[in-house]
Design a protein around this ligand. Structure first.
Ligand SMILES: Cc1cc2nc3c(=O)[nH]c(=O)nc-3n(C[C@H](O)[C@H](O)[C@H](O)COP(=O)(O)OP(=O)(O)OC[C@H]3O[C@@H](n4cnc5c(N)ncnc54)[C@H](O)[C@@H]3O)c2cc1C
Length: 346
């Protein structure tokens, strides 16, 4: 029947696209529905990922979608503690986010079956309704992101606001990634990531405890550092769930992926890897006709990885920038090889 699929996927972000890729590769019928106009826009993420994890879970590394590679990084507190690391080979990538999502949608496994400008208004059993049509899926992949009404309600005490400005600034040769921990950004940090030769991504994420606008918080902090004080070209803002990873990721014929199940590394607030990995697992479980494969994989592999970051984040931020400074002191005492292993593999 028309509009009948093995799977209907709600959301064409990283999680939904990754599920679509797995289904396409297995020769299953699927459709991805998204309300936005264009894949990869608006920009949703800085795009920084760990190269080790990208390779481990099979994310793309094509040069055409990479804005910069991370060889050297610095972590510092505004109380004067810092730790710097440099590597012979890149340990991280910063995707050009729009090119990266477009690549997933058409180059990674061939062109995916995606319908844009299609807002899903309800999901009931096998039926997914939009304003004008109905779609039927034996399975439904829920990949509609953190603010979606189809997911669990966001726990307001465990959501970071994240705000980034692409600023006109020259490329730095010393560090491609700088993170500042400060009590001005509780639970999060300020960042400076390499972008193009003439731009850098300057941002902040934090628990919005005092209600101050992120733009003001970023402005106040960066005005202290002339090297990040450049002309703003464009901005991006969103929420990042920073809770414990969910227990249940499969409910009947529905498989929840990405930010919907808090698949975000709490230490770095990075969710692209979790979204890709959960989407891939969900797509493969559907293809093999056994949804439990996804729940089991979540329990055995994905959730423990996320929990490690969740627990470390709690330790890091126990007493704000002070406890991070103490952890930095501890990290400084590690042998060089261990330091590289720990920071390179995050
Ligand atoms: C400022 C900022 C910087 C970040 N930087 C990084 C980083 O450097 N590295 C990293 O790993 N992570 C980063 N993240 C986190 C990362 O971007 C997210 O974790 C990731 O994008 C989540 O992917 P997702 O597929 O779960 O959801 P999303 O990417 O949010 O995709 C959800 C999709 O669902 C669609 N949708 C929602 N509701 C409906 C509906 N009713 N009908 C149809 N479509 C719908 C939306 O349009 C959207 O396209 C950052 C986040 C922010 C906010």
């Amino acid at each position: 029947m028309e509009n009948d699929y093995d799977a209907v996927i709600v959301g064409a972000g990283t999680g939904g696209l990754s599920a679509g890729i797995a289904l396409k590769q297995a020769g299953k019928s699927y459709i991805i529905l998204d309300r936005k106009k264009e894949i990869g826009l608006p920009v949703r993420s800085t795009g920084a990922v760990s190269l080790e994890w990208v390779k481990r879970i099979g994310m793309p590394t094509d040069d055409s979608i990479i804005a910069s590679k991370i060889f050297a990084m610095k972590f510092q507190t505004d109380r004067g503690r810092s730790i710097s690391l440099s590597f012979d080979k890149p340990v991280g990538l910063v995707y050009d986010f729009t090119k990266y999502e477009k690549y997933l949608s058409k180059d990674f496994a061939g062109k995916l079956n995606i319908k844009m400008e299609t807002q899903v208004i309800s999901v009931d059993g096998n039926t997914v309704k939009t304003a004008s049509e109905e779609y039927h899926g034996k399975n439904i992949v829920m990949a509609s992101g953190p603010q979606s009404t189809f997911g669990q309600k966001l726990d307001r005490n465990n959501v970071l606001v994240a705000y980034e400005e692409t600023r006109e600034l020259p490329r730095r040769d010393d560090f491609q990634m700088i993170l500042w921990f400060s009590d001005m950004a509780p639970g999060g940090y300020f960042w400076d990531f390499a972008d193009s030769d003439s731009t850098r991504k300057i941002g902040v994420c934090y628990y919005p405890l005092n209600g101050e606008q992120p733009k003001n918080v970023l402005e106040k902090f960066t005005s202290k550092f002339p090297e990040v004080d450049g002309k703003m070209l464009h901005t991006m803002a969103h929420q990042i769930p920073l809770s414990r990873p969910s227990d249940k990721v499969v409910d009947g014929n529905r498989l929840f992926v990405g930010d919907m199940v808090n698949a975000v590394l709490n230490t770095t607030a990075g969710g692209l890897q979790g979204a890709f990995w959960t989407g891939k697992y969900a797509g493969e479980a559907i293809s093999r006709g056994d949804l439990d494969i996804y729940q089991q994989g979540w329990n055995a592999e994905i959730r423990p990885w996320l929990m490690k970051h969740h627990n470390l984040h709690r330790r890091m931020h126990k007493n704000g920038a002070k406890s991070i400074g103490n952890l930095m002191l501890f990290a400084k005492m590690m042998p060089k090889s261990m330091k590289k292993k720990v920071f390179g593999g995050l």
